[in-house]
Design a protein around this ligand. Structure first.
Ligand code: GLP
Length: 246
């Protein structure tokens, strides 16, 4: 795992945007696995700015998003579908037919999740998967558990996650209790993985995921087994790693 140190969130966003920009330039038909949450907001802004400068072309890319809250319609302003259009797709030239986000209203979760994974395989697999990380070490919405999950599936959100994400909703009671999420298996099939982590509240999760035992109790720890992971962290997120990160 390669860990890149950034002095603050802005530098983190620029460095991470460089990795995605390089991917899109080198392979214009890239399959991107995209993420939501506050961590990637800055890098999406960077990508939009570079598109506006004429340096990036998204017309060939195909994308599959990591996760979505169960029960939120795509036009709900806290749905991840809405987030992706608001932060990226409304501002660049990706083709709507190439953009995929799990639908919070899927009626047959098992079949719909399996079909989502099958579409990714059909497209040739994910070239570059973007991830954030939860304070409990979750990736996507794969919460700490006894086992690693395989494919896209329905998840019961952990109390910590509901608590962390209530800042986006009127109250904790309004945060959906379940989500659809790519599985650990889906994520680990990506050829390259880019993780962005910012803030002191993530510092212990970063240390556990990068240097602790590989265990489903810290879902992000599985990334130690992937051959091509780049993690971009700001100083605050690395604050308990000490000399483990140069
Ligand atoms: C959210 C999302 C994850 C995200 C993580 C961190 O709940 N499901 O995909 O990476 O938790 O979120 P944030 O970047 O807002 O801290």
């Amino acid at each position: 795992m390669k860990i890149i140190r950034a002095k603050d969130y802005d530098e983190l966003s620029r460095k991470a945007a460089n990795v995605i920009a390089a991917q899109v330039i080198v392979k214009p038909r890239s399959v991107l696995g995209l993420a939501t949450g506050s961590s990637p907001v800055g890098l999406y802004k960077e990508l939009v700015a570079r598109y506006k400068l004429g340096d990036l072309d998204f017309s060939g890319i195909r994308s599959w998003n990591l996760d979505e809250y169960v029960g939120l319609t795509p036009d709900h302003d806290q749905s991840y579908h809405y987030f992706m259009y608001d932060n990226l797709f409304n501002h660049v030239n990706a083709r709507p037919e190439n953009i995929h986000v799990p639908n919070g209203l899927w009626k047959n979760p098992e079949a719909d999740c399996a079909a989502y994974d099958a579409e990714i395989v059909e497209a040739g697999g994910v070239d570059l998967q973007l991830l954030g990380m939860g304070t409990n070490g979750h990736i996507g919405f794969n919460e700490p558990d006894e086992v690693f999950t395989r494919g896209t599936h329905i998840v019961d959100l952990a109390e910590t996650t509901i608590n962390d994400n209530k800042r986006f909703f009127a109250s904790a009671a309004d945060v959906p209790k379940q989500a659809f999420s790519m599985g650990i298996g889906t994520i680990m099939c990506a050829r390259k993985i880019l993780v962005v982590v910012s803030g002191e509240n993530k510092a212990q999760a970063v240390k556990n995921a990068c240097f602790g035992p590989i265990t489903p109790k810290v879902p992000g720890s599985i990334l130690q087994l992937h051959p091509d992971v780049t993690m971009v962290c700001d100083e605050a997120a690395l604050s308990v790693c000490g000399d483990l990160v140069k």
